[in-house]
Ligand binder design. Structure first.
Ligand SMILES: Cc1cc2nc3c(=O)[nH]c(=O)nc-3n(C[C@H](O)[C@H](O)[C@H](O)COP(=O)(O)OP(=O)(O)OC[C@H]3O[C@@H](n4cnc5c(N)ncnc54)[C@H](O)[C@@H]3O)c2cc1C
Length: 389
């Protein structure tokens, strides 16, 4: 079991302002994490193998569609509750955390832009865990610059024909369907970026190379290759040319999910540092320089938490705000990187042992600064919004 002596302290503060339902989701996530053995947690990172069984268990407990209403199997929780689950999973390195985040991110545009039959087909099975979803935006030549997307879709009778390659797709090799952005043309008319729901078994849809990553291992991250891939017209998601709007509807909330995961990573790194200092040095750990660093680490973790909950609460009030999401994502992921680096500096060789999960958090935190829009790009979004006003 992974245990942490400082666990209770953080909870005590939050209990004063979380609702009963939010505390219930937090407890569910904690119980889920507590049932995992340390070996469970370390193995998926070491072997780089995705734990579909754990994902299905999480869905059975209502985590697969937590922030959606009951009509298509959602659990009716708020976005803050989903963030609490992600924070808890980040703190304990629960091996399905990122796939669950992306899975919910993929349901968002189907709720907002999908037809009734798409909702019936994809959302209901997504909530039970029968389907796992992945998000296909990034390409070898188009990461931050989505205008450079080269994946093409052509109208052909009752189908679209897709050609192109997507890279770094979380859960890609384990998923049942993908939300894919491609540039749509019809009789040489360019309609711009358009979204499609592509099932893994559609003809011409292939899994390309699987990535052996530095961090975020065990997530079946891979290339998706479309070679004359036949997508039925019924699988157009939203209107022709509405792909950016569809992608943004997912990413605006997804960045808050990542901020929550990163708050959890930073808390997990702080927990590990405190625990190792206690175990190794006992009371002599309390040198002034160590205390100053620990104090600063704790301050930054709490600041990440406040920014993340603030962005989640804005979503729950129906006032989703790109700037608040960007600020939470930047602060929480940069803090996870800094706190895990400082924790490793404080604890040396002992901290680098896999059983403290600290070196893993250090590797995962780097990815947090990059995916769903790098932190440099998030800063530009904040500035653009300021200048617009
Ligand atoms: C672990 C992991 C999982 C991922 N999962 C997915 C997934 O499921 N689906 C998916 O579609 N993608 C996924 N990605 C891809 C991810 O979203 C991209 O890596 C990210 O958007 C950055 O794109 P890039 O890697 O091409 O870097 P680039 O866009 O080439 O950027 C390289 C550097 O240049 C900077 N930069 C670029 N443009 C500017 C600019 N205009 N101004 C200032 N700085 C700039 C960037 O901030 C960055 O530091 C994943 C990535 C990782 C690491």
């Amino acid at each position: 079991m992974i245990t942490s002596p400082t666990f209770q302290d953080v909870d005590d503060r939050r209990l004063s302002y979380l609702s009963e339902s939010q505390r219930g989701w937090l407890k569910k996530a904690r119980d889920f994490a507590n049932r995992l053995t340390l070996e469970d947690v370390i193995q998926s990172d070491k072997t780089n193998v995705f734990r579909r069984d754990l994902f299905e268990q999480a869905c059975k407990e209502g985590l697969g569609a937590l922030p959606f209403g009951a009509k298509y199997g959602g659990s009716g929780g708020d976005y803050l509750s989903f963030c609490l689950v992600n924070e808890e999973f980040g703190r304990r390195c629960v091996p399905i955390m990122s796939s669950l985040g992306v899975h919910v991110l993929c349901q968002e545009p189907v709720y907002r832009f999908g037809t009734d039959s798409q909702k019936e087909k994809y959302l209901t099975k997504s909530s039970t865990g029968q389907y796992l979803a992945a998000f296909g935006l990034t390409e070898p030549g188009a990461g931050s610059d989505t205008a450079a997307l080269a994946c093409k879709a052509k109208v052909s009778g009752d189908n679209f024909i897709l050609n192109g390659t997507k890279v770094f797709i979380t859960s890609g090799a384990a998923s049942d369907y993908f939300i894919v952005m491609a540039r749509l043309t019809e009789n040489d008319k360019d309609h711009g970026i358009t979204a499609f729901i592509v099932e893994k078994d559609f003809p011409g849809c292939k899994i390309g190379q699987k990535f052996d990553m530095l961090g975020m291992r065990g997530y079946a991250t891979c290339e998706l290759v479309f070679e004359d891939c036949l997508v039925p017209r019924a699988n157009l998601l939203g209107e022709f040319g509405a792909g950016r709007k569809v992608a943004l509807s997912s990413l605006a909330k997804g960045r808050i999910t990542i901020a929550a995961q990163a708050t959890g990573w930073a808390q997990g790194a702080l927990d590990a540092a405190v625990r190792i200092l206690h175990e190794t040095f006992g009371s002599s750990s309390a040198t002034e320089s160590r205390m100053a660093l620990l104090g600063e680490m704790a301050l930054q973790v709490e600041a990440s938490r406040v920014l993340t909950y603030q962005a989640a609460c804005a979503v729950d009030r129906g006032e989703g705000d790109i700037t608040l999401a960007a600020m939470a994502k930047i602060h929480a992921t940069d803090t996870a990187m800094k706190v895990s680096t400082d924790a490793l500096s404080l604890t040396g060789l002992i901290g680098a042992r896999p059983d403290y999960l600290l070196e893993r958090i250090f590797r995962d935190a780097k990815a947090g600064q990059i995916y769903e829009g790098t932190n440099q790009i998030q800063r530009m979004l904040i500035a653009r919004d300021l200048l617009k006003k």
